[in-house]
Write a new protein. Structure first.
Length: 84
């Protein structure tokens, strides 16, 4: 039987900026990413020509350090700064 990585499932504190997008924490990183994608797809914030790019609205700009466009790999790095 495979062990679940408890560090991955550990509830983390969510910053106020990130909470405006995903809701109040604490929540595991996997849940944060899931809710982030629900928000992005619900508001149609993926670049239609390059689906890897996220076009930030005002809430996401606060999470992304003011950047207007972020690719999905950079997004996870920027979101990590809002989890503790």
């Amino acid at each position: 039987m495979a062990k679940v990585n408890s560090a991955f499932m550990k509830p983390l504190t969510v910053s106020a900026e990130l909470a405006a997008v995903v809701g109040k924490g604490p929540m595991p990183r996997s849940e944060v990413v899931k809710k982030l994608w629900v928000y992005i797809k619900g508001k149609n914030l993926q670049d239609p020509k390059a689906k890897r790019n996220i076009i930030a609205d005002e809430n996401l700009k606060a999470v992304f350090g003011g950047k207007k466009v972020v690719d999905m790999f950079e997004m996870t790095k920027l979101v990590s700064k809002h989890l503790s």
